[in-house]
Write a protein that binds this ligand. Structure first.
Ligand code: HBI
Ligand code: FE
Length: 278
């Protein structure tokens, strides 16, 4: 299952013509300029200062196993480290790829990483995910075995959700628990989600601001919860351990069908079943 380009928004900036049928392409690490590496280091240094206070231990441990401080990582080297830790590898892609192709890579423990990096004037916000979001945000946690197993199972759920007409609820699970997930460690709220940890503003907001709702992870609630794609999140879901995510997967086909037919919960709204996280 590979999906087609027509599922994608128009005007994406990657080189889709250079991609193979599974949407991968060579990373061509030698082609990055010194300015590209400098952009990475600027973003990396800013996040590094926030991680001790705000990031989950598993994320920090994963990052420490990867050579991410010197500049844009070479996927061949990162894949070697990752393969040893959890059997995952990285593949380079031009940017967002169709759902079916994305799910097929995850199901095979291949994480698609955009090959290009944002322009210097986009340090704080970039519309499409770039290599800093994809690699710095997502890859460290792929060294965590329970999370790694969950993400593979998530990929396999793509075909189930497509058959059910429930891709939207499945995308909400990715958004809230892969991009914007929080975990409680020793009584403290810490971030593990890639959308949080690739943004300095969201890293501080998600873990310490007084305004957002922080709710106990409840898959039924998550699958119904709409979100903002271009603003700080008003609601976050909090796990106690990564194994909770994988443990929810056997119930997912039934919950996806239920969420498909239920009214969505608007971003930031309360629901009767809500349980505060701490
Ligand atoms: N493609 N490269 C890339 N990265 C994503 O995160 C991504 C994607 N295609 C589809 C997709 N995400 C979403 O449908 C997920 O919510 C499942
Ligand atoms: Fe992402």
């Amino acid at each position: 299952m590979e999906g087609s380009l027509w599922d994608l928004p128009a005007g994406l900036r990657g080189d889709y013509a250079a991609a193979r049928p599974d949407f991968t392409l060579p990373q061509r690490w030698g082609d990055y300029t010194e300015a590209d590496h400098a952009t990475w280091r600027t973003l990396q240094a800013r996040q590094a200062g926030l991680l001790p206070r705000h990031a989950a231990a598993a994320y920090r441990n994963g990052l420490a196993q990867l050579d991410f401080a010197a500049g844009i990582p070479d996927f061949a080297l990162t894949s070697g480290r990752l393969r040893a830790a959890t059997g995952w590898t990285l593949v380079a892609v031009p940017g967002l790829i169709p759902d079916a192709a994305f799910f097929a890579h995850l199901a095979a423990r291949r994480f698609p990483v955009t090959r290009w990096i944002r322009r210097p004037e986009e340090l704080d916000y970039v519309v499409e995910p770039d290599i800093f979001h994809d690699a710095f945000g997502h890859v460290p946690l792929l060294t965590q075995p329970d999370f790694a197993d969950f993400l593979e199972a998530y990929g396999r759920m793509g075909e189930v959700a497509a058959r059910l007409g429930a891709l939207k609820p499945l995308a909400r699970l990715y958004w809230h628990m892969v991009e914007f997930g929080l975990i409680r460690e020793a009584g403290q709220i810490r971030a593990y989600g890639a959308g949080i940890l690739s943004s300095s503003a969201e890293t501080v907001h998600a873990t310490t601001a007084a305004t957002p709702r922080r709710l106990r992870f409840d898959p039924r609630r998550v699958l119904r919860s709409d979100y903002f794609i271009d603003d700080l999140q008003p609601t976050y879901f909090v796990i106690e351990r990564y194994a909770e995510l994988f443990a929810a997967m056997p119930r997912l086909p039934a919950l996806l069908a239920e969420a498909r037919d239920a009214a969505p919960i608007p971003p930031g709204a309360a629901a009767p079943e809500d349980q505060p996280a701490a």
